[in-house]
Design a protein around this ligand. Structure first.
Ligand code: SF4
Length: 467
């Protein structure tokens, strides 16, 4: 049994209902008061942050799986389009009832009958195939993959592109004319312009050529916005196709059908051998991730994608571990370049001796002094009260002796009325008791057996003597 995906939403609804009752009761106590009750859903149950981070991780993982397979998908849709076009032309030229072979090696029989469409029978499966529909789907699958991967548009923005969306922009410096694509606002009320690359230009030209069908102008059609539930004014939409006697704007579900057919025919599989599935929004995530990985500044990527906040754009990007490693390595390289180069040379013999001597000087009666390398003692060697002393459990008898001595001195100071001395001895006593407790704790934790291995100092001393 899988956990419910939208459990948080249901919790929010229930909690909101209880809160509504409480608010209504404040306005009309007689009517709503009897219904007020403590909400069984706690505020923490409606916390969406963990859910959001899980969803983001799942989306990132999806992008990491789909991005490397994108070149294979592009090749597959191109090949499918060519094969479908060849198949359609061959089928149209083949006489009724005659066999012909498709580029994929399938043997088909041309169907008889008068129709603008080309039908064929597949003897292997016994199915009738509409070669016109197959070619049309292959074309729109190729077109949508190319448009979305080159622009990173939302699907509704792509479907709203019209022949009027092309804008010629003259560069102020060189006077060169650059083709731009005007994207109508979908989510935010902000129009944006995208640069038309040569590859994108080729795809858009192929779409226009297909839709015009040799006519002077593109057909004007109305598109139905299923989200706004509105019909648009008749426009020369780029994504439109002939349905029977009329031209119609292409709806979203047709795009999904074309994409799913193309993916099923491509045979692309994921890490678990399952068939890969691309949604139109996956191309947007891939576009953002690829753009940021290629060094496009996030604020420029945000403008291209039509995001008001850069954080939204970064939320789309699936950062790869290799990116993290590369950035960390470049950070270390940058820091090294900023630090003085003499810090990275071999130490001199004197410096090495000073380094070893520092560790010798850190040994004190009650343990080891943990002050920084090259720094003098700033506590006047009052090690009992010093916080940087690491007590040695083997010195416990010595510290117990000091502790007993401090008690005697405290007694004497009190008897003599040396009140200033009393406060100092009491502070030393408290510190000695704390260090004793630390030594006892360390003594109980020391369970390793010393095997008599040579320690660092003896090795260093031998090296020094050999030199
Ligand atoms: S007083 Fe502190 S810093 Fe100074 S030698 Fe003792 S432990 Fe080290």
């Amino acid at each position: 049994m899988r956990p419910r995906v939208n459990a948080h939403t249901v919790f929010s609804w229930v909690r909101t209902f209880y809160q509504d009752l409480a608010r209504w009761a404040a306005d009309e106590p007689t009517r709503w008061g009897p219904w007020v009750a403590p909400c069984p859903v706690r505020n923490s149950d409606t916390d969406h942050s963990k859910n959001r981070s899980r969803r983001k991780a799942a989306m990132d993982q999806r992008t990491r799986t789909l991005l490397p397979a994108l070149p294979a998908l592009v090749k597959a849709v191109e090949r499918q389009l060519k094969d479908a076009q060849t198949c359609l032309v061959t089928g149209r030229e083949t006489p009724a009832g005659a066999p012909f072979t498709t580029p994929a090696g399938e043997n088909l029989l041309r169907r008889a009958g008068v129709s603008s469409r080309v039908y064929a029978d597949d003897p292997a499966t016994g199915r009738r195939r509409d070669l016109t529909v197959e070619e049309e789907r292959a074309f729109w699958a190729w077109a949508i993959v190319e448009v979305l991967r080159h622009t990173g548009m939302r699907i509704e923005e792509a479907l709203e592109l019209t022949h009027h969306s092309f804008v010629a922009y003259q560069l102020p410096t060189t006077g060169e004319i650059v083709p731009m694509l005007q994207v109508a606002p979908s989510k935010l009320d902000q129009e944006r312009l995208l640069l038309v690359s040569p590859e994108l230009g080729e795809v858009l030209t192929a779409i226009i050529h297909r839709v015009r069908r040799g006519q002077q102008a593109m057909p004007l059609v109305s598109a139905y916005d299923s989200l706004e539930r509105l019909w648009s004014a008749p426009m020369p939409f780029l994504f439109q196709r002939r349905c029977g006697p009329e031209d119609r704007a292409i709806p979203r579900n047709y795009i999904y059908t074309c994409l799913n057919d193309a993916l099923a025919a491509s045979g692309l599989t994921g890490p678990g051998d399952e068939q890969l599935r691309y949604t139109p929004h996956d191309f947007r995530r891939i576009f953002v991730t690829d753009a940021l990985r290629s060094g496009l500044p996030p604020h420029i990527a945000a403008r291209i994608c039509g995001h008001r906040m850069v954080d939204t754009t970064l939320g789309y990007a699936a950062i790869y571990p290799e990116d993290v490693i590369n950035h960390h390595r470049s950070f270390i390289a940058r820091r090294r370049s900023l630090r003085p180069s003499e810090e990275y040379r071999e130490p001199t013999a004197q410096e090495w001796q000073d380094f070893l001597a520092h560790f010798e000087l850190r040994k004190v009666a009650l343990g080891v002094c943990a002050r920084d390398f090259g720094t003098p003692c700033v506590h006047e060697h009052a090690c009992i009260r010093c916080p940087v002393l690491r007590p040695d459990p083997e010195q416990m008898p010595r510290l117990e002796e000091i502790h007993a001595n401090l008690l005697d001195r405290l007694q004497e100071a009190k008897e003599q009325g040396w009140l200033g001395e009393v406060a100092a001895i009491e502070a030393s006593l408290a510190a000695a008791e704390q260090k004793l407790a630390a030594m006892r704790d360390l003594a109980t934790r020391h369970t390793t057996v010393h095997l008599g291995m040579p320690d660092f100092r003896s090795s260093a001393g031998r090296l020094d003597a050999e030199q």
